[in-house]
Design a protein around this ligand. Structure first.
Ligand code: THU
Length: 137
């Protein structure tokens, strides 16, 4: 059984997402995004967006964070912080909402820019009426 740790402070999660954002490979769009996912045990797994010359094989920061976390053995998650250098909130794209929902459930989603928090949501608010494995039974 894994030990449940106390929640991370949102400020720490956002700081981790800001650091991850600096590692983004946004060579084509120049739009850098960082994400930091908090696991149920209180670990933080980060991601940044990674673009390539085909454009279409781009992976967003949120999915990089989730896939890294899954591959490292994490199975339950609490929150994700997403950081972009924008005045308006940068919410996750549709593909990321689906992946976050299927592997993370009703996460708290904290949106931030380089200075401040720009939004706080539950994933169920961003992805109402989701399609997921329950419908396949
Ligand atoms: N992007 C993310 O990584 N996350 C988001 O929430 C929105 C978009 C990336 C994909 C692409 O590399 C760049 O931002 C522009 O769309």
């Amino acid at each position: 059984m894994t030990t449940q740790r106390q929640s991370r402070r949102p400020v720490d999660l956002i700081a981790a997402a800001r650091r991850a954002r600096r590692r983004a490979r946004a060579d084509f769009s120049t739009f850098k995004v960082g994400a930091a996912l908090e696991t149920a045990e209180g670990a933080i797994v980060t991601g940044c967006n990674i673009e390539n010359a085909t454009y279409g094989l781009t992976v967003c920061a949120e999915r990089v964070a989730m896939f890294k976390a899954i591959s490292e053995g994490h199975r339950a998650f609490r929150r994700i912080a997403i950081v972009a250098d924008t005045q308006d909130p940068t919410p996750p794209c549709g593909a990321c909402r689906q992946i976050l929902w299927e592997f993370g459930g009703d996460l708290e989603v904290i949106l931030a820019n380089l200075r401040r928090v720009t939004g706080r949501h539950r994933l169920s608010e961003l992805l109402p009426q989701p399609f997921d494995a329950r419908l396949l039974k």
